[in-house]
Ligand binder design. Sequence first.
Ligand SMILES: Nc1ncnc2c1ncn2[C@@H]1O[C@H](COP(=O)(O)OP(=O)(O)OP(=O)(O)O)[C@@H](O)[C@H]1O
Ligand SMILES: [Mg+2]
Length: 466
Amino acid sequence: MRRILVADDNTGLRDVLVETLQSLGHMVRGVEDGLAAREVLLGEERWDLLLTDLRMPGLDGISLLKELKEAGREVAAIVMTAHGSVETAVKAMRFGAIDYVEKPFPLSAMEVKVEKALERLGIEAENRRLKDEIQHHFGSLIGGSPPMQRVFDLIARVGQTSTPVLVLGESGTGKELAAREVHRRSKRAKGPFVTVNCAALAEGVLESELFGHEKGAFTGATQQKYGKFELADKGTLFLDELGEIPLGTQVKLLRFLQEKELERVGGTKVMKVDVRVVAATNRNLKQMIEAGTFREDLFYRINVITIEMPPLRTRREDIPVLVDSLLIRHQENTGLRGVIADEVLSLFQIYEWPGNVRELENVLERALVLADGDENGVRQISGYDLPTEIRGGEGDPTAQREYLEATGLSQRIERIEREIIRKALQEANWNQTQAAKILHLKRSSLQYKMKKYDLNRPEPEDTSKS
Ligand SMILES: Nc1ncnc2c1ncn2[C@@H]1O[C@H](COP(=O)(O)OP(=O)(O)OP(=O)(O)O)[C@@H](O)[C@H]1O
Ligand SMILES: [Mg+2]
């Protein structure tokens, strides 16, 4: 059922149209002129379609469409025009009308036009949804924020080449997902994607894992073994935790990147393979180079294209989409359906997320287990289901309760402001000058706010008692 508004000063035609469209199952209302139509359309209710006469007393059809457009409240419209004023109808289309009919018209013709328009509206709504989806999703990566859009853009572009890619970022920012996406969008997508976690293996084992070994290469090498490089031929090798590669293996890796050739451990045959290397690390490689634990030449070889995964706290606008998608993903996996309360989203917005998206994932999973279900079994996640560090742990339970029950916008903003200030003070070890600097506030303003929010340095814990 759609909601249709009919505006025409001709009572007879108006009533017939209203009845006909109602009989098609729509919610239809008739108004006698443009002024009345404007009032209804700018009101609270949502309208899907407007049928409007062009010449009406008070406010004519064109002016009506124009005003709606200016108010940002455009609605799909079919204009009805008297014989001979098709030009006016065309003008109406400039202001957003999607179709027109010349009067007099058979009712059946109007029915067809309305159905066509509604069908088109349905398609457009679907297109909008799909477009929205593309804007927020890139394969399994989610994020509509500018930094994530830049990441998506870069991934899409590197696909066409075979140059090495280095994915950097804190833990839980989606480095592995990004690496998979680089492969999926490349011309190697049909080839294998092979992962090696460089942190998990001891030096010798890692080497034969990467390059393979010949039978008898070392004690215990009872069989010939293919290396991951060979297995990744025509595809992508993902070196996860690159920063953990021992120096000895770094040399071999460098050689491969330079020559595209390798030898199995204990072997003499030189093999050529066609592999693209994508590596990831959460370590600061430049610092490691200075410390002598990562080879500079390898760094330059592998760091041809860098994808930096932004921490979640720098793209907070992605939190709502992430929460929605993670809840849906969780529901698909476990059947547990959850919704979050508004205050949870506010708390998420001020939390630092040191563990990034992985931490968000874990927090939601835990909350779903703790949350109470409503009569339909939907888990209602509230602030009480969050870990203390997110809920604002140190506060006494009554204060938390107040926070959760605060409903007005300004009240909520104040709570959030208080929390941000408290965190800054804590970080500055309650040194006001330093906290003021963190917050870009004058010290006097900070003091004013501390007083307002009753923020005081906590009493040192009494350790004399045992
Ligand atoms: N942008 C994102 N959209 C959707 N899910 C994400 C996103 N980023 C991370 N995740 C999810 O968070 C978890 C961690 O992601 P991933 O393993 O790719 O992180 P990582 O950067 O490799 O972390 P680490 O350095 O700890 O290995 C995964 O479950 C992943 O699905
Ligand atoms: Mg990882």
